[in-house]
Design a protein around this ligand. Sequence first.
Ligand code: ZN
Length: 335
Amino acid sequence: MDRTLIQFYHCNKDIYCFSDYFEHLEYKSGLLYCPACFGRLKFNLLEAPVSIPCPFTNGHNVPCAFNIGSMLGPLHISEDDYSELHIGITDSKGLVYNYTLAGIRRDACGWEQCISVPLVQPDRNGLKEQWDRELEKFSSLDSWAPQRFYEERKFGSSCYGFALSFINHVRAIEAPSEHTFLRDFDGESDLHTGITDTKGVVYNYTKTGVQKDTLGWEKCISVPLVQPDMYSLIDQWDQYLEKFSSAQTWDPQCQRFDEEKHNCYNYTLAFINCVLATQDKRALSKDEFTQNFVVPRIKRASKYRMLCEEISRNYFYIVDSPPKEPEDGNSERSF
Ligand SMILES: [Zn+2]
C-alpha cells in the first residue's frame, strides 16, 4: 500500500483512515474535523494519530520466496476469493517468475505489494545459486508453454501450479539431510519463535541447537517483553539469555529437538518463565502465552486488510471505543 493507514481517537471512537485524506483536509481548510462528530480535532498525547504498519512487503526485496499478489493490488489479496490471486517465485535477486497465459514471465517490477513467504534461509548461499539455476531451467521446460496453460496437472494449472511444482521439484533434488529450506512451508512448523538480546541478535532453538541470528528475522511479529524503563532487567537480559541457551537441554548432543515437545516455542517460553522466576512472577502456561501474546498479533494482519477495504469504500472506518484511561500509557492501543 502506498498510503499509510492511521488511527486516531475522538468522541469515544477509534477512527481509521488513510493519511492522505487527512493531509488533503488540512491543506484545503487549514483545519481538521472529526468525520464522526464534525467537531474540530485537537489531539493530546494519548489521542494523537498513530500509523498502522503494513503487513505487505515488496516481493522483489525478498529472495527465494513464494509471493502472493493480486493483479488488482494488495487489497484484493483475500482468503475469500482465490481467483484474483497471482502467485510467483522470486530468484535470489528478486526477479519474480510466474506463469501466465503468455507463458513464464520474469518480472523485475509489479510485485511491490504482496505477501512473501521466504523459502530459503538467508545464510544458505549455496542453495541460492542452485535455486536460480533450477528456477531458470524449470521455467524453460515445455510444460510451461503458453498453450498448455489450461491443462490438468498434479498441482493445478496456472500460476499456483507452477510455483508449487517448482517447490516440489527443489524439494525432490535437495539432499535428504538438508531438508531445512521449506520447513516454513510444509504446515508442520508454520511458526518459528526466538528471543532477541538487547542488541537485536535473535536466539532461537532448532534441530542443530541454539542459533544466534543477526539476519533472517526482518519480517516477523515482535512481542516486547521488557518495559523500556526496567534498567536492571535490561542489564542482565543478555547474560540470562546466553546462560540459558548454553544449558544441556538445548544441546542436540544431550537432548534431541522434537517438533511436538521440545521445539523453538518451548525454548522461548522456558526462557520467558526463567526470567519471570527471577522477577518473582508466576509462570505462564503455553495456552496463556499463545492467547495473550501470539493470537492477537496474527489477527492484526487480517484486520489490516479489512480496514483498508472499509476505508477504500467509505473513506473512514469508525468504531465505538470507551474513553481512554490517562494512566493507561503502558498498555497497547486497541488495534
Ligand atoms: Zn469526533
